[in-house]
Design a protein around this ligand. Structure first.
Ligand SMILES: [Zn+2]
Length: 55
């Protein structure tokens, strides 16, 4: 695997594991680490009781 730097898109790998793609004007998350993924899912909106369909 050659480490080439792409002109238009740059891939940024954060120390935590997240991988972002820098498109110059926009950062696109192409991979989210477990930590941030869990953090995001754990942060539920206040009225999420209706969506909770746990048996
Ligand atoms: Zn992360």
């Amino acid at each position: 695997m050659a480490k080439k730097k792409v002109r238009t898109t740059d891939t940024i790998t954060l120390p935590c594991g997240c991988i972002y793609q820098d498109k110059g004007w926009l950062l696109v998350c192409i991979h989210e680490c477990n930590y941030h993924k869990r953090k995001r899912t754990a942060k539920r909106p206040y009225r999420s009781k209706a969506e909770c369909v746990r048996p």
